[in-house]
Design a protein around this ligand. Structure first.
Ligand code: ZN
Length: 472
């Protein structure tokens, strides 16, 4: 089936297979709900009616299935369940009124609500996933909520990041988030950390919290959050979103797999578009972020069956949830039996975001591979013969464009590059520079020697050369 698929869809081959002909590490193939790594890979028999799923890492498997041990009774709380076995704080009269719908449920009750008050969650990011997650955690009475973010609110955030309103545009996301969460519930403590999560600060930031909620949007931070969770023994309520599809799981528990069990290696930079490049349906993070908050609350209460060892995939277009089994990989470099990653590493480098500078120069000549917006403008004004190649999608081209540019989306380039003149100087651009770097690499591989990448993409062009055009 895989051979047939790659014959019919030629472009799929390089995504599925490495140069040595092996299935790539960041692509998982499931037959029904089983990872074929644990069957016989490509020798696995397929019968009519079977479903074969290719699950690439937009985000984030294993033989120790201990779900039975994790279940704390199907619908009731066991005495002393939750993280805080000792005495938990009393609730005030106001809190009893506020949480009354929880207090009358046997699965929460007064004891469970006090557990929540004693518990804490650290949200990584106050964006699409962090917004609904933090709002529901605050409303539910989780005693201490930390948020790590360093961004400011932008108009393009408002389509999905409900922590922030129109008057907050330009403000720090943390200030805006804190105001919103304290207005929602003044009884909870909101800790804000205006910093980007790094290998130097992650373990110290995680230390005071019971659960980590991963709301990040990039691979280096995902691997950093995963490794820091495993190393510090904190569960990771994981979520990821792209366009109409979301994923959720709970990683980093002793019993279950981690993100690296599922995806040992990140995809090469540029192969998987970010939400800023590929877009995301505004309500999608609402659904996935609330699933993450639900899992965090279940872990803190010690009720139900957590999403440990299970990978939930949500398709908003079909309105369908699917669940895949995940297994703990005994050879996982972080959580396996003989871990090789025992401290935090350089994740930008691990994800190939910062190639060795010598390597770039050797491959392309000293900085001949990039052009700035101002330089491009100057050369266009001087009448230089430049071919401007826009590799974005048609709907992005409708929003803004560089005058005189030609649109060939990155995905179409392998079958359309013959439309281009290899002897002419080409400036490739996309939204921010990622896809056009891939285009440049591809064109280089088919003999084009005069391709430059526009640094910062059209966003920088709009900022520095043509502010009359809209940004997205
Ligand atoms: Zn692992």
């Amino acid at each position: 089936m895989l051979a047939d698929l790659t014959r019919r869809y030629e472009g799929l081959r390089k995504h599925l297979y490495a140069d040595d002909g092996k299935l790539r590490n960041f692509v998982n193939v499931y037959l029904n709900d089983e990872d074929i790594r644990y069957l016989q890979r490509e020798q696995t028999p397929v019968k009519p009616g079977d479903t074969l799923s290719i699950v690439p890492s937009v985000a984030g498997g294993v033989p120790v299935d201990t779900r039975a041990d994790l279940k704390v009774g199907p619908y009731t709380r066991a005495a002393g369940a939750g993280f805080h076995a000792g005495p938990t704080p009393e609730l005030t009269q106001d809190e009893i009124k506020r949480y009354s719908r929880h207090l009358i449920m046997p699965e929460v009750g007064l004891d469970g609500q006090r557990q929540l008050k004693a518990s804490s969650v650290l949200c990584i990011g106050a964006g699409g996933l962090g917004s609904p997650a933090a709002m529901y955690l605050a409303a539910a009475g989780v005693g201490r909520i930390g948020i790590v973010d360093f961004d400011v609110v932008d108009y393009s955030n408002l389509q999905r990041q409900l922590l922030h309103g129109t008057p907050d545009v330009g403000r720090s996301k943390l200030e805006s988030a804190k105001d919103r969460l304290q207005a929602l519930n003044p009884h909870v403590q909101i800790d804000t950390y205006e910093t980007s999560l790094s290998s130097d600060n992650a373990l110290a930031l995680f230390e005071p919290y019971d659960v980590i909620l991963d709301g990040t949007d990039n691979f280096p931070t995902r691997y950093l959050v995963n490794d820091a969770c495993v190393l510090s023994g904190k569960p990771n309520a994981y979520g990821s979103i792209f366009r109409f599809e979301g994923q959720a799981s709970v990683f980093g528990t002793k019993e279950g797999p981690c993100y690296r069990c599922l995806y040992p290696e990140p995809p090469p930079p540029g192969l998987v578009p970010s939400c800023a490049e590929g877009g995301v349906l505004g309500v999608l993070p609402g659904i996935i972020g609330v699933i993450q908050a639900t899992e965090a609350i279940k872990l803190m209460l010690g009720v139900g069956e957590p999403l440990i060892g299970r990978f939930l995939i949500y398709d908003a277009l079909k309105m369908r949830f699917r669940e895949l089994k995940l297994r703990k990989d005994p050879d996982c470099p972080v959580c396996g039996t003989r871990p090789t990653v025992t401290k935090l590493i350089d994740y930008e480098q691990f994800c190939g975001m910062r190639p060795e500078p010598q390597a770039v120069q050797a491959a392309t000549g000293a900085n001949e591979w990039e052009i700035t917006s101002l330089e491009l403008k100057r050369r266009l004004d001087a009448g230089d013969d430049l071919f401007i190649l826009d590799v974005r999608e048609p709907n992005e081209y409708q929003i803004n464009r560089i005058p005189g540019s030609t649109l060939i989306p990155l995905g179409e380039l392998p079958r359309r590059y013959q439309e281009l003149d290899p002897d002419r100087e080409i400036v490739a651009h996309c939204k921010m520079g990622g896809r056009s770097a891939k285009a440049q690499e591809f064109l280089g591989s088919v003999g084009f020697r005069k391709v430059k990448n526009l640094r910062g993409g059209i966003l920088e062009w709009v900022d520095k050369v043509d502010p009359s055009q809209p940004k997205y």
